[in-house]
Design a protein around this ligand. Structure first.
Ligand code: NAG
Ligand code: NAG
Length: 229
């Protein structure tokens, strides 16, 4: 029946990606991988099942750890049961024949521990867990210009303001990646763009885009005009 030491080992493997484990997994070990590894609200997440045993008779997905005290998110019985045609859809969730569970348009409420309970043809059961953490998407940054109309040969500075620290910042000009020239400098961890001296060709729409690896947001464009007087 269930093998607690092996389950614990699997839990460790999933939680910490440890390569070494007391009970060396056999080649046919069932594992669950999150694809992508990090997901923000509004994204899709696949709880991807690797190596579902060939003698699997039925499987059930549960949210939380203990199947008796939690709600079922999906189930799959024998392939001969007409009620178990794959893929199975229910709301934002889809279960595939492979066992994988797709959750679309995730919210923070989808965060938590998911458990896959499998039964083989001998009605032996096994539990495998995976933890889904839905991240908050980055907030939209605000772009501020010290001047929106400047005369040629004077300077202009743009500052990208974001509530989230430690983000990577990309600059856009007329909705494309900004091509930096030698009159432009970046400072304050790329959040401030100075153009000195400004030229007519610098006139246009500026935006900054912040990203944290799993989500990104662009500011509203700021129009900068360069006059010859
Ligand atoms: C098919 O599965 C359902 C549960 O989802 C069960 O109630 C029903 O008895 C099964 N039918 C057969 C023919 O096994
Ligand atoms: C995603 O979910 C949010 C609510 O959580 C909803 O407002 C939005 O319309 C959904 N988007 C899609 C594409 O289904």
């Amino acid at each position: 029946m269930e093998r607690p030491s092996l389950l614990l080992c699997k839990g460790l493997l999933l939680a910490a990606s440890l390569l070494a484990c007391g009970n060396a997994p056999t080649a046919a070990e069932l594992t669950i991988e999150l694809v992508p590894p990090m997901v923000a609200e509004g994204g899709n997440s696949v709880l991807f099942v690797h190596k579902m045993p060939l003698n699997t008779q039925a499987f059930y997905w549960y949210k939380q750890k203990d199947p008796t005290k939690s709600y079922e998110v999906a189930r799959y019985l024998t392939p001969t049961n007409a009620s178990s045609k794959m893929p199975q859809h229910s709301g934002r969730k889809t279960v595939f024949y492979s066992g994988s569970l797709l959750i679309k348009n995730v919210t923070q409420a989808d965060s938590g521990l998911y458990t896959l309970l499998t039964f083989n043809t001998e009605m032996e059961s096994e539990l495998t867990h995976v933890h889904l953490d839905v991240q908050k998407p980055v907030a939209q940054p605000t772009l501020q210009a010290d001047h929106t109309t400047v005369t040629e040969d004077s300077s202009v500075a743009l500052t990208c303001l974001s509530g989230d620290p430690g983000l990577s910042i990309r600059w856009l000009f007329n909705h494309q990646s900004l091509y930096f020239n030698d009159r432009m400098t970046l400072s304050q961890k790329n959040s401030r763009l100075s153009i000195n001296p400004a030229r007519r060709e610098d006139a246009g729409e500026y935006q900054c885009e912040v990203s944290n690896g799993y989500s990104s947001k662009q500011s509203v464009p700021v129009q900068v005009s360069v006059t010859s007087e």
